[in-house]
Design a binder for this molecule. Structure first.
Ligand code: SF4
Length: 590
């Protein structure tokens, strides 16, 4: 394995993937051997191995089943399906069966919200899971049938594109984009991208032309282009569809960016949940090399550019560009302190441009048609189109590409949403709109979105959404800075308390305090946005929270009487005096 990766320490994450493929997990002896072979301290290898959800430093089941616990999967019955599988296999969620055969647990959004409930089995994505499928799966696991021999149609993933605009409708000839970019030259491409007003489609909306020029002008001999295909925002799956249906346009976009900034090396950082796409993507890169559309001379005489696909390992924070770069270097994906910014010192200290899949695909079309072409679509501040992933309570979940400026109501109508109560427009990390706000428009100046649109009708208890979001962030916080590490955990505990109907107004105030603290003091965007949806939900849908208040004054989070239930069970004593309140009234507590 080490030889295959050239004994390069920054390949550590990919090496650990390969070692895990060999053993099913990462035994301590293997970590020691990797550290020795790469001349790295063992603690460095261990900290990378321990950081990522999909790397296992303890034995896991021969069959590892991970149910997506995104809210849309939960609404479609994922918890009951998981319980059913656990019962069929006689095991507890989160535990490995005593014979080592299987383990069942949850994972964050798998990017299949339009065809949930979904799960991963040994890393393979399975959409549209039903109770019947669960029973059949349990049988196959008990008979030890390899996952590769399971019915192929169980793993069929649909693209479900319901509305196409320039990006998803575009037809272009292979090589056309590169030809146009080469004719414009580096400066010409930079000028057109700046003129187009193209802004990053990941959600932040940073001007792409500005980023590319900063990278092009940064001192350094070697520059790097990174395509961020680590879409982990709950409810987002549009990059999956773009990679499946318009991969050439994405690669063209990376080539155009490379020409503009002067890069010779590119990475596509693919989220581990999309591993099933890897063979197809690698095969297409190989074809492009053979066609002269990638590799030696693809950007012009003597101008080489090639792309390496780097597989993530289950860490939401790696969507943050500096955390992604750390991950590319084989380290835990913790956001860097900035400045310096990646455009001047990114991958291995080289000027690095990180762009989202959709941004790069759009940039390819800008190179082809020019900046004014994109400017003519959308609004003054948001040029072009946005690809939206729509899921939840809609008749037609899937992909909708619409020009910026399109009212949210129009998208929801097309998706068949009815009786809407709330819509999250930026996954777990952004606002939650009420039914009265659906006239608002998809645009950076109004509803800025990375593309995740989750719809909840009036039958839904929105407290469940808040509870899910709080646990998502508590799980995904990288732990680097205290406000986020502690704040997300406190929020999850507060929501647990409310879920148990033991909350008080004090807890809602405490959520506000956590929001203010995390907003001002968190190190990166995750901590700064982790409370936005919670705040919106608690403000706009107050009754969903107030229904769970046990009193109007303070309620302790710790229920001593409930905590003693295990002792009562073990001593087989459950009379009135074995309960805390009874002891007090009987004077036994004095
Ligand atoms: Fe990590 Fe959260 Fe701090 Fe970001 S804000 S660095 S995710 S702990």
């Amino acid at each position: 394995v080490l030889a295959r990766h050239g004994h390069r320490p920054h390949r550590l994450l990919q090496i650990l993937h390969d070692v895990q493929d060999l053993y099913g997990w990462l035994p301590p002896e293997a970590l020691t051997a990797v550290a020795h072979g790469l001349h790295l301290p063992r603690v460095a290898v261990e900290s990378t191995a321990g950081f990522y959800s999909f790397l296992y430093t303890r034995p896991v089941g021969q069959y590892r089943v991970l149910f997506s616990d995104n809210i849309t999967d939960c609404l479609l019955g994922a918890p009951a399906l998981m319980q059913r599988l656990c019962e069929r296999l006689w095991l507890e969620p989160g535990k490995v069966s005593p014979d080592g055969l299987a383990s069942v647990a949850t994972t964050s959004c798998t990017g299949l919200c339009d065809q949930g409930p979904a799960l991963l089995v040994n890393g393979r994505a399975m959409p549209r899971v039903t109770p019947e499928r669960i029973d059949a799966m349990a049988g196959l696991i008990q008979q030890r049938v390899p996952v590769a021999d399971w019915p192929e149609d169980w793993f069929a993933i649909e693209d479900r594109i319901h509305r196409r605009d320039v990006l998803l409708r575009h037809v272009w000839r292979p090589g056309e984009v590169l030809q146009a970019a080469r004719a414009r030259g580096a400066q010409g491409v930079l000028n057109e991208v700046a003129r187009s007003g193209l802004r990053g489609r990941g959600g932040a909306g940073f001007p792409t032309g500005f980023k590319w020029r900063a990278c092009a002008e940064a001192p350094g001999a070697q520059r790097v282009i990174v395509c961020n295909a680590d879409e982990g925002e709950p409810g987002t799956f549009k990059d999956r569809v773009l990679l499946s249906t318009a991969f050439d346009l994405v690669v063209d976009g990376m080539c155009v960016a490379a020409l503009a900034v002067g890069a010779r090396l590119g990475f596509l950082y693919l989220r581990a949940e999309y591993r099933y796409l890897l063979p197809r993507l690698q095969a297409r890169l190989a074809e492009r090399r053979a066609q002269g559309l990638l590799g030696a001379g693809c950007l012009g005489p003597g101008l080489d550019f090639d792309i390496d696909i780097h597989l993530g390992a289950g860490a939401y924070i790696c969507g943050e560009e500096s955390a992604l770069i750390e991950s590319l270097e084989g380290k835990p994906g913790k956001p860097r302190i900035r400045p310096p910014f990646p455009v001047t010192q990114g991958y291995l200290g080289r000027p690095t441009t990180v762009n989202n899949v959709e941004t790069l695909a759009t940039a390819a079309l800008v190179a082809l048609h020019g900046g004014d072409w994109l400017r003519a679509i959308g609004t003054e501040s948001s040029s072009g189109t946005k690809v939206l992933s729509v899921s939840g309570d809609v008749a037609r979940p899937g992909i909708y590409e619409c020009p910026f400026g399109t009212p949210l109501a129009e998208v929801l109508h097309a998706a068949g949403a009815a009786d809407v109560q709330a819509v999250t427009t930026a996954g777990a990390a952004g606002p939650c709109l009420s039914a009265g706000e659906l006239h608002r428009r998809i645009a950076f100046e109004d509803v800025a979105t990375g593309g995740s649109i989750m719809v909840f009708d009036r039958s839904r208890d929105l407290f469940e959404l808040a509870h899910n979001v709080a646990h998502f962030f508590a799980h995904e916080s990288c732990g680097f800075c205290t406000p986020c590490r502690v704040g997300t955990a406190v929020n999850a505990r507060l929501l647990d308390k409310l879920a148990a109907h033991r909350g008080s107004p004090y807890d809602l105030e405490e959520m506000d305090r956590m929001h203010r603290l995390m907003q001002g003091a968190s190190h990166c965007g995750l901590g700064n946005t982790a409370t936005l949806a919670l705040q919106d939900l608690a403000r706009k849908f107050r009754p969903a929270f107030e229904r769970r208040l046990a009193s109007t004054t303070y309620e302790p989070a710790f229920d001593l009487d409930a905590a003693l239930s295990e002792a009562r069970r073990m001593t087989r004593r459950d009379d009135a005096l074995a309960h805390l309140g009874s002891n007090r009234s009987a004077g036994l507590g004095q």
